[in-house]
Write a protein that binds this ligand. Structure first.
Ligand code: C2E
Ligand code: CA
Ligand code: CA
Ligand code: CA
Length: 279
C-alpha cells in the first residue's frame, strides 16, 4: 500500500511539473520583479474624436526584465490575479500614475485624465475606496483627473457591492469607466443604475470595421445605447482611418489605438503632448 502511495505521489508530482512548475517559477520571478522595482507604467493616449487632441491616457503596466526585456501584461496579469499579487501591482500602478500625473501638472502640462485599470480581484475588496483616497492624498493628484477602469465582468461578478463601491469612488470625484464593454453579460437594468462616466467598446468589435456588417451595427448600437444611458463612449483598438471615420460618423466621443499611438513610456508621452501643443 505504501508503494502504491509513493507511486501515486511520484506520478502526480511529475504530472504537475510542467504547467505548475512554470507557474510557480513565474510567480516567484514576479514577486522579485515587484521588490526590485522592475515594473513600469506605459501611457496610451486617449483622443477626442472631433478635435483629434489627446485629452488623457490609459496607464498600462509592463515588466522590464533584465534578461527577457519588456514582458507584456498578458504574460503576468492572469497569474497575478490568481495569486493575489495583483493587489500589490494594482496599488503600485495607481500610485505611480498619480505621482506622474502630479509631476506633469507641476511641470505645467495641460490637465489630463489618467485612467488606471482596476482588476476584478481589487474591485472585490471593500477597502478599494479607502486605498484610492489615500493614494490621492499622498500624491496630491486631483480626484477629478483620475479615471478607474473596471471590466464589465468585474462589475458583474460583484453586483451586490458594486453600486456601493462605485458610489463611494464617485463620491470622491473620481471618474468611472466600464472596460471591455460587450464581452461580458451586463444587463441594461444594471448598467442603468451604475454611476458610470464612460463606456469603452471592446477592441474585438472595432477590428473588423468596415468589413463586418454585424460588428458595425453592434458598435453603433453600443454608442447610441451608451449615450442614452448618459455615458461618454470610447472605442478601443482603432487602427485604420476607415475605423476612425466610421466611429466619427456614429458619434463616438473618444478613441484609443495604434492609429494615434501605442502605449509609450512617460517621456515619449510627454513628447506627443508637446508636439500637439506646437500645432
Ligand atoms: P485593456 O485594459 O483592454 O488595455 C488595452 C490593451 O489594448 C492594451 O494592451 C493596449 O496596448 C492594446 N491596444 C490599444 N490600442 C490598440 C490597437 O490599436 N491595436 C492593438 N492590437 N492593440 C491595442 P496591453 O497594454 O498589452 O494590456 C493588455 C491587458 O492587460 C489590458 O487590457 C488589461 O486588461 C491588462 N492590464 C494592463 N495593465 C494593467 C494594470 O495596471 N492593471 C490591471 N488590472 N490590468 C492591466
Ligand atoms: Ca483598460
Ligand atoms: Ca479594454
Ligand atoms: Ca481588453
Amino acid at each position: 500500500a505504501k508503494d502504491a502511495g509513493r507511486g501515486c505521489f511520484a506520478y502526480f508530482s511529475e504530472d504537475l511539473t510542467l504547467a505548475a512548475r512554470e507557474r510557480i517559477a513565474l510567480e516567484s520571478r514576479l514577486r522579485r520583479a515587484i521588490e526590485q522595482q522592475d515594473l513600469r507604467v506605459f501611457y496610451q493616449p486617449q483622443v477626442d474624436i472631433i478635435s483629434g487632441r489627446i485629452i488623457g491616457a490609459e496607464a498600462l503596466v509592463r515588466w522590464q526584465d533584465s534578461v527577457e526585456g519588456l514582458i507584456p501584461p498578458i504574460r503576468f496579469i492572469p497569474i497575478a490575479e490568481e495569486t493575489g499579487l495583483i493587489l500589490v501591482i494594482g496599488e503600485w500602478v495607481l500610485r505611480e500614475t498619480c505621482r506622474q500625473g502630479r509631476q506633469w501638472l507641476d511641470a505645467g502640462l495641460l490637465p489630463l485624465t489618467l485612467a488606471v485599470n482596476v482588476s476584478p480581484h481589487q474591485f472585490r475588496r471593500s477597502d478599494i475606496c479607502d486605498l484610492v483616497a489615500t493614494v490621492l492624498s499622498d500624491t496630491g493628484f486631483p480626484a477629478s483627473q483620475l479615471e478607474l477602469e473596471i471590466t464589465e465582468s468585474g462589475l458583474m461578478d460583484n453586483q451586490g457591492n458594486a453600486t456601493e463601491i462605485l458610489n463611494c469612488l464617485r463620491g470622491q470625484g473620481i471618474r468611472l469607466a466600464i472596460d471591455d464593454f460587450g464581452t461580458g453579460y451586463s444587463s441594461l437594468a444594471c448598467l442603468k443604475h451604475f454611476p458610470l462616466d464612460l463606456l469603452k467598446i471592446d477592441k474585438s468589435f472595432i477590428d473588423d470595421i468596415p468589413h463586418l456588417q454585424d460588428d458595425m451595427e453592434i458598435a453603433s448600437t453600443i454608442i447610441a445605447m451608451g449615450h442614452i444611458l448618459g455615458f461618454k463612449v470610447l472605442a478601443e483598438g482603432v487602427e485604420t482611418p476607415e475605423q476612425l471615420m466610421f466611429l466619427q460618423e456614429k458619434g463616438c466621443d473618444m478613441y484609443q489605438g495604434y492609429i494615434k499611438s501605442c502605449p509609450v513610456p512617460a517621456e515619449e508621452f510627454v513628447e506627443l503632448l508637446r508636439n500637439q501643443q506646437r500645432l
